[in-house]
Design a protein around this ligand. Structure first.
Ligand SMILES: Cc1ncc(COP(=O)(O)O)c(C=O)c1O
Length: 448
């Protein structure tokens, strides 16, 4: 039996056999090439979300494909009972490229954050200091496991699943006085995203990050940067902290690191590394040859393809064009982010999930955050001309939307939050009188 090209069967099996924690859009992808994805019907989409900031090299990158194919032939897994050449090399490369002296590998962002939280507490434990509290920011997102979910400063993620892990405090983002007030003699670490990706692409202020670093130095507190989304070139530097000129003690990575192959990493200084002794932490799969070979290929490709230059070039182009759209349409209230992690915020007349669906019908993939933000995090290989096609389509959708109440796109936007399928504009290739397939009631957010 093959269900690969049968969307109805795929969605039927999904509904019947997969735990319903996602709310997928009515499309399934079966192939990817560069910055494009192809669905079950062979329709092409420009991937402006890159698997949620994961497919840094795009799809089917020959170097990555050949590295993992070769590694799969040689050895996929052998366990951390033994030395692993690829793990050693990836650790070396990441430490050489960053502030860090040591790396620990796992399989996801949440696990990387678990390691960060644990080692921060372990560090003080082994020093004989009773410091266990972790301060994080309101509206942050750090993952779905108990530690990372508790670190996440949004109650909606943990409310049904309490009791949560003790020892966490939440403070408003970009407010150094709030952190100062929250610090006690028991504070072990402050954990921050430099751009809050999941709550609307909200960057931290440079002065704030600098002041937090100084506060940590003054009080002997560890600073953790969660770079799961912002790391590996996403913001135009290899690591986002390099944009701020502020170095953490611990940094977590995942998403882009394996270019799509699951891998997470927790990096720290030699000083912090004393927080884990042999046997204190581990992972069966973490650091396996396959995932580390992917990580090495990704890092090598950055150098070979001048990827950071491309990120900065295409980012500047997108910001310029998006800001023009902001000036042209009153409904665009903010364009923010860094590099190729960009949030476009709309006023109450545009519902982000409606616009996301309209873009999908026009062959563009983005994510919607909350009611008002469209996030783009495309492959870092995106070209200016691909970015330009996205801008043209967004412009045309917004301008059609201004056309009046009877306009179908306006209706599609307004219908979001609806229970039944909206009346929608036909896809570019379809006849004008055709309507797109019925959509399920959308989730408010795209969930990571
Ligand atoms: C900043 C940040 N931290 C942690 C995570 C969790 O990563 P994962 O889904 O790989 O566990 C995410 C996922 O979106 C994230 O954006």
């Amino acid at each position: 039996m093959s269900i690969e090209n049968d969307l109805a069967l795929i969605s039927d099996f999904d509904k019947n056999y997969c735990l319903q924690v996602f709310a997928p859009l009515p499309v399934a992808f079966v192939k990817g090439k560069g910055s494009y994805l192809y669905d079950t019907q062979g329709t092409k989409y420009l991937d402006m979300i890159g698997g949620i900031a994961v497919n840094a090299l795009g799809h089917g990158n020959p170097k990555l494909v050949s590295a993992i194919s070769k590694q799969a032939k040689d050895l996929i897994h052998c366990s951390n009972y033994y030395y692993i050449p690829q793990r050693s090399e990836l650790a070396y490369r990441l430490c050489r490229a960053s502030f860090a002296d040591k790396a620990f590998f796992c399989n996801s962002g949440a696990e990387a954050n678990e390691a960060a939280i644990k080692i921060a507490r372990g560090y003080f434990y082994y020093k004989g200091e009773d410091k266990t509290e972790i301060i994080t920011a309101e509206m942050s997102f750090h993952g779905r496991t108990y530690g990372s979910m508790t670190a996440t400063g949004q109650e909606k993620f943990s409310k049904p699943f309490g009791p949560i892990v003790p020892g966490f405090k939440y403070v408003p983002y970009n407010d150094v006085d709030a952190i100062r007030l929250a610090i006690t003699p028991k504070t072990a670490a402050i954990m921050l995203e430099l751009i809050q990706g999941e709550s609307g692409v909200r960057p931290a202020d440079v002065e704030y990050v600098k002041a937090v670093r100084e506060l940590c130095n003054e009080k002997g507190i560890l600073l953790i940067f969660d770079e799961v989304q912002t790391g590996i070139g996403r913001t135009g530097k290899m690591f986002c902290y390099q944009n701020y000129g502020v170095t953490p003690d611990i940094m977590t990575l995942a998403k882009g690191l394996g270019g799509g192959v699951p891998i997470g990493a927790m990096l720290c200084t030699d000083e912090v590394a004393t927080g884990f002794k042999v046997g204190d932490h581990g992972s069966t799969f973490g650091g396996n040859p396959l995932a580390c070979a992917a990580g090495i290929a990704v890092l090598e490709y950055f150098g070979e393809a001048n990827l950071l230059d491309n990120v900065n070039l295409v980012s500047a182009f997108l910001f310029e064009k998006l800001n023009k759209l902001k000036n042209k349409y009153g409904c665009v209230t903010s364009v923010r982010g860094l590099g190729l992690l960009i949030g476009i915020e709309f006023d109450e007349t545009v519902i982000a999930s409606g616009l996301r669906e309209e873009l999908l019908r026009n062959g563009f993939l983005v994510s919607a955050i909350g009611r008002s933000v469209i996030r783009i995090a495309p492959p870092l290989i995106l070209t200016k001309s691909q970015a330009s096609s996205f801008i043209r389509t967004l412009d045309s959708l917004l301008s059609t939307r201004m056309g009046g109440k009877s306009n179908p796109i306006l209706n599609a936007f307004k219908n979001i939050g609806r229970k039944e399928a909206p009346v929608v504009k036909a896809p570019a290739e379809a006849k004008p009188e055709e309507t797109a397939p019925a959509l399920p009631a959308p989730a408010e957010d795209d969930l990571d």
